[in-house]
Design a binder for this molecule. Structure first.
Ligand SMILES: Nc1nc2c(ncn2[C@@H]2O[C@H](COP(=O)(O)OP(=O)(O)O)[C@@H](O)[C@H]2O)c(=O)[nH]1
Ligand SMILES: [Mg+2]
Ligand SMILES: [Zn+2]
Ligand SMILES: [Zn+2]
Length: 406
């Protein structure tokens, strides 16, 4: 699906503050910069490609690229002051990342993912995106594509191929603080076809996934580093690992690989994130945090043998093209009662008292415990309910419809 782009951004947008999907910094649209495409211009001159110091420092991308220059950021093209060549490359004024073509023209939704170390973030994100690109996308009549070349190659090489081709589990994610404060989110384009009588045009959104390293959330300092990402996110996927809750650990299937992190990290991470969000000006409405938070309990496969008969976490989830409200509430209720069994009442109280829009989800990205050698089980990857939290967030954003009630 291709969109035709106007040359000038709609005036309604020109005063709007935008947030870069790569560095999550905010800036007005007129501040967008351009990058010379290093083609020979009308005057016969040609700019030389060089490493961009700012881009390299911020993202680690040290490729040789055309020079960056200032022009009217409300336009989609500009001509280079040095070589007169006309360029369509727009870049972020802060980190110099090339902005997706649709940036500023379509909704820009930032989804931050957080959770403690070893809670399963990297595995979950890989399987979720793989599923949405394949099966789930077809079901929602939506297509998900990498928003830029860098994301495309990085997602394949560092995430998808590892798990799906080599059947290997990811190594620990590098912490933002041990990596010169660099963070490099994956940016995707999601197009959802027109649904129902009320929606005539397809919805295009840019999604930015930021896989925060969990170790960044175990001290107040490192939480501050992630503040910008979380504070500017439109939706949060919060992974709370049951295996990092004492009451749940003892119920896990024999042979389950236990995370090496301390017990209380699930509550700890939630507490620190909550404090951070509450400290943001305007984040809370009537004392409650307004950003939708999907509270995802991963690795549910290791508790399958303990679930009661008829539990919504044992049935095939609905596969309609809309978000199924009743099913989701059933799962939410089931997770609430599991939390009680797992001594997680504190988590539930914190959510109830501080968040306005949150929902519990039980998922399994792998469907089974990996082998002792950190490989995918011989039965392969059999994801269960991985897309539920994502579809709920999309429905909260108004990008997919809802059906049923509860
Ligand atoms: N049984 C089971 N284990 C999982 C699942 N997802 C992740 N794990 C385990 O959790 C470990 C950490 O996962 P990873 O995604 O690297 O965690 P991260 O540190 O939060 O990125 C993996 O090596 C697996 O052992 C799952 O769906 N089921
Ligand atoms: Mg990771
Ligand atoms: Zn030039
Ligand atoms: Zn940026």
């Amino acid at each position: 699906m291709r969109m035709s782009l106007p040359n000038k951004l709609p005036s309604a947008l020109s005063s709007k503050k935008l947030i870069c999907p790569y560095c999550y910094e905010q800036f007005p649209i007129r501040d967008i910069l351009f990058r010379c495409n290093t083609r020979t211009g009308r005057t016969g001159q040609r700019c030389v490609a060089k490493t961009d110091g700012i881009l390299e420092e911020r993202t680690g991308n040290g490729r040789e690229l055309g020079p960056v220059f200032t022009a009217d950021g409300r336009q989609t093209t500009a001509s280079c002051p040095d070589c007169t060549s006309e360029t369509r490359y727009r870049v972020c004024p802060v980190c110099h990342s090339q902005l997706p073509t649709q940036f500023g023209l379509v909704d820009n939704l930032l989804i931050a993912m957080v959770g403690s170390k070893e809670s399963g973030k990297t595995v979950y994100m890989t399987v979720l995106l793989h599923e949405v690109m394949n099966r789930v996308g077809a079901r929602l009549d939506a297509s998900l594509m990498a928003g830029d070349e860098h994301t495309l190659s990085r997602f394949r090489r560092n995430y998808e191929d590892n798990l799906y081709e080599d059947h290997r589990l990811p190594p620990g994610t590098v912490s933002a603080s041990t990596n010169d404060n660099r963070v490099d989110p994956l940016v995707f384009r999601l197009s959802v076809s027109a649904q129902g009588p009320l929606r005539r045009a397809p919805v295009h959104t840019l999604l930015s996934f930021f896989d925060a390293a969990g170790e960044d959330l175990t001290s107040q300092d490192s939480v501050d580093l992630n503040t910008r990402y979380l504070a500017n996110a439109d939706g949060i996927l919060l992974l709370l690992d049951p295996l990092q809750m004492p009451g749940a650990r003892r119920e896990a299937a024999p042979g389950t690989h236990m995370p090496s992190a301390q017990y209380d990290t699930s509550v700890g991470v939630l507490t620190r994130i909550t404090d951070m969000l509450l400290s943001q000006p305007g984040a809370a409405k009537k004392g409650r945090i307004d950003v939708p938070v999907a509270v995802v309990f991963p690795k549910m496969d290791v508790f399958r043998h303990r679930l009661r008969r008829g539990s919504p976490l044992t049935v095939e989830p609905p596969a309609g093209e809309k978000f199924d409200v009743a099913d989701s509430l059933d799962v939410h209720t089931e997770m609430t009662s599991l939390l009680r069994d797992w001594d997680g009442v504190q988590i539930d109280q914190l959510m109830r008292n501080t968040y306005r829009r949150y929902r519990y989800f039980g998922v399994s990205a792998l469907g089974a415990n990996p082998t002792q050698n950190a490989e995918v089980a011989a039965t392969g990857i059999q994801p269960y309910r991985v897309a539920d939290p994502f579809i709920w967030l999309l429905s909260e954003f108004g990008a997919v419809g809802r059906e049923g009630s509860g």
